[in-house]
Write a protein that binds this ligand. Sequence first.
Ligand SMILES: CSCCC(=O)C(=O)COP(=O)(O)O
Length: 443
Amino acid sequence: MNSYCVATYRCFDEKADFNKKALGIAVGLTVGSWTDLPEAKKAAMERHLGQVISVSVHEPDGPGETAADRYADIEIAYPDVNFSRDIPALLVTVFGKLSMDGRIKLIDLSFSEDFLSGFPGPKFGMQGVRELLGVHDRPLLMSIFKSVIGHDLSTLREQFYLQAAGGVDLIKDDEILFENRLTPIERRVEACMQAAEQAKRKTGQKLLYAVNLTGPTFNLLDQARKAIASGANALLFNVLAYGFDVLSELSRHPDITVPIMAHPALAGAYYPSPYHGIAANVLLGKLMRLAGADLVLFPSPYGSVVMPLAENMAIKHALLTEQAEDYRFSGTGADSDNAVSKPAGASAGADGKRSTLTLQTSFPVPSAGIHPGIVPLIVKDFGEQVVVNAGGGIHGHPMGTIAGGRAFRQAIAACQAGIPLQQYAAQGHAELQAAIDTWGIKQ
Ligand SMILES: CSCCC(=O)C(=O)COP(=O)(O)O
């Protein structure tokens, strides 16, 4: 029996025969040519041949639609036997050359049981992060270092303390802080963890500091080891600049004993176009979780860098779903007839039963331009299983950075209590009131 990973594409074309196009992809990205092969060769190649699962054509007849809006969603199954068990091999197979061939976007991926079993996924996951912090009953709060380049350790230490003293659960480096002489990773970690201890004496809170793991790829593991030996209790990683496989290798390595936070830098080069690239739920959802990100940052629908709500909810689903069928393709093809079909029941396995995904969940972190007046929207859309994340919304608070953290914690508490922000602020929460006066409440 062959097992398969399945790619779904949205392909735009004004007049193409989409069934022919689908067949061209299935054959072209696997055995190359089919009809020209002699019968004996066909038998040998059968197990390597891609299969068209479905072609669903959208003809442009809606209001305002033109011929340019004609598209088809095409599902192709790729035999596992064609690629090794790593994300680069899968991506190059399903969307290597094809990504450059006209108006076509990779909108979904599902994996065979066999392929999935090669990925341990997040080492800590959402629950593991909560356990490290000892916080299980509310959205977490994260603060981002701002203005880090050109500053020395004492400035960073002070900035760290002010963020921590405001009651945040996590602090992340700015993703543009690389290895440098003023604040090298080991000394930065030591200074910031000292500040964390100092703040803990005031707040009583545990805190994770995600230090930015940077440098040439072959040095990353050593850098991470050094950071952890110096006391780092989390890592920030620019996944898309290095590639999913680097995250995958780091996250599964036994020496990486702390959670990894995935930054979405460069994601805008991949997901925003309807016609090209890789959909956000695949790029920042499924592949991040598969590669082992414990927390994943992405633009929110509410702040300064905006992603549509539907795409945000699709990422959330990919990071949090417990259903194996959301990730797994259970269809198989017999070598003899080579027919691959979807298992019966849209979301059940081949045996018709639902099962639980073995990958731990990854914490969603909708980000960019977040201020306390946005918290009710975040909680409405994400519930409790979210990290509220802010840089400018904390440091830019009119009463200072500590007040910035407090204003967010008050906003979260208001949502937990089901009290409107303005009412909660008026109950003696001056920091929240000042934040509302500055940024308003987003409806
Ligand atoms: C686009 S998601 C990444 C958000 C991020 O890293 C960041 O620094 C956001 O900072 P802000 O001041 O907009 O909260």
